[in-house]
Design a protein around this ligand. Structure first.
Ligand code: SF4
Length: 436
């Protein structure tokens, strides 16, 4: 709800729409062919090694170069069923495109945009290349329909297991639907991709069920042959300094509100905004605050720019939007008047110097954690579930993946890989158990 000093900025509708247009527009067919022909189709290609889902990049790029775009899409989706979203949101500049041998001599192959070209074409064609495998008679519960849950559910369905997805939120997609900046995925793509994934068949979806709120691991284990937890993270880490003031807001809620908004102009945004954090969420909040009309947006990050979770590309993107990134500053005090934030006081530990950053909105983007009670008695470390290489938890019959597990990169693509690995492990375990 807007308050008198956090009125919605009155940006012209055209300026708002332009700010939330597609960040990296699709390639036209001739552009895609020319971009693909630059590829050297390397043997032992470093771009493949750099891809968390090991997509055969030289193969799909060659397929685009030879006008086999549907074949290219199939190559991508066989390794990464959410290849369409990953083409939009992967930090390719620190993954495949950074590793590309052509990056050093000129510029890398535009792997992300080529991947989008192929997957978009296939999805627009209405072709469904996957179908549920012959029934194994086994059932698996997948809790959470984010990237890890969807990837796991899809692979299990292809393997012939009956899958039930339990999802707490109204829409499927997890962070793809609620946690990624609006200009990175426009036109309802996340929901179209969910429909494509479910198009395999054999995946039952139960809405409105949240782990810990009437749904327990014991119950799931009793009613299914295996359980995969992809519950994401629930609680936003607190600052530990005056969190409860008016105007102190969770960054993830702003991102979700923008993604679900029917009218961007109705989203209240401060005139002067400070965002605390250094990851992708901080960047997405800061850039979108500017695009919503905030006049001054500052990111306050405690360490150096090189240590930020957000890639240099993301940092540049925010700076291009007019965001000031202050590094090496530690939040010390939230200054309030009448119960409402008016400034953040930060300190440079190296010198002891204190700075006051005036703001009428202060966003927390310092990470999230799982609600431990929900997943008790699984082993947890630093607010996340402990898993092994195959994504098995400490409890037999229960696997986990995505943001809720320890040691991940918090990327869509690594969540997909978690889902794939867990599905392979679950499939193996179920077949061994039935002597198959
Ligand atoms: Fe093509 Fe670059 Fe991969 Fe080589 S490293 S196969 S040039 S995309």
């Amino acid at each position: 709800m807007a308050t008198p000093d956090i009125a919605s900025r009155r940006l012209a509708a055209g300026a708002l729409a332009a700010g939330f247009a597609d960040l990296r527009p699709p390639l036209a067919p001739n552009e895609a062919r020319i971009a693909a022909e630059r590829c050297l189709f390397c043997f032992d290609a470093p771009c493949v090694t750099a891809c968390p889902t090991s997509i055969d990049i030289p193969l799909f790029v060659r397929q685009i170069a030879t006008a086999n775009v549907e074949g290219a899409a199939r190559t991508i989706l066989d390794s990464n069923i959410l290849g369409g979203m990953c083409a939009r949101v992967c930090p390719t500049e620190t993954l495949c495109e950074q590793a590309c041998v052509r990056a050093a001599e000129e510029r890398p192959i535009e792997i992300g945009r080529l991947q989008r070209h192929a997957t978009d074409r296939l999805m627009e064609s209405g072709i469904q290349p996957y179908r549920q495998g012959p029934s194994t008679g086994r059932s698996v519960a997948v809790v959470g329909a984010g990237p890890a849950g969807l990837a796991c559910a899809h692979a299990l369905a292809v393997a012939g297991h009956a899958v039930t997805i339990y999802e707490a939120r109204p829409k499927l997609g997890g962070l793809n639907e609620y946690g990624i900046a609006a200009y990175k995925t426009v036109d309802g793509f996340a929901q179209r991709e969910v429909a494509f994934v479910l198009g395999v068949g054999g995946i039952n979806v139960v809405h409105g069920r949240r782990l810990g709120a009437g749904l327990t691991i014991d119950e799931l284990a009793a009613t299914h042959d295996a359980v995969f937890l992809a519950v994401g993270l629930d609680t936003v880490n607190r600052l530990g300094i005056e969190d409860a003031l008016d105007g102190v807001v969770d960054g993830v809620s702003l991102i979700a509100d923008i993604r679900q908004a029917s009218d961007l102009a109705a989203i209240p945004i401060g005139r002067r905004v400070v965002v605390i954090g250094g990851g992708m969420t901080a960047i997405d909040v800061a850039s979108q605050a500017r695009r919503l009309g905030a006049e001054e947006v500052t990111i306050a990050y405690r360490r150096a720019a090189a240590q930020m979770g957000a890639s240099p590309y993301e940092q540049r993107l925010a700076q291009t939007d007019g965001v000031l990134i202050r590094t090496g500053v530690v939040p010390r005090r939230v200054i309030a008047e009448g119960g409402r934030v008016v400034a953040l006081e930060v300190e440079r530990p190296a010198t002891g110097e204190r700075l006051t950053l005036p703001c009428d909105q202060l966003f927390r983007a310092i990470g999230q954690a799982i609600v431990a009670d929900e997943v008790a008695p699984l082993a947890i470390v630093s607010g996340r579930i402990v898993v092994d290489e195959e994504r098995r938890t400490s409890r037999p019959g229960v696997w986990a993946g995505g943001d809720c597990v320890a040691g991940g990169d918090d990327l869509t693509v690594t969540a997909v890989e978690d889902g794939k690995r867990a599905a392979a492990s679950i499939d193996r375990a179920l077949r061994e158990a039935s002597g198959g």
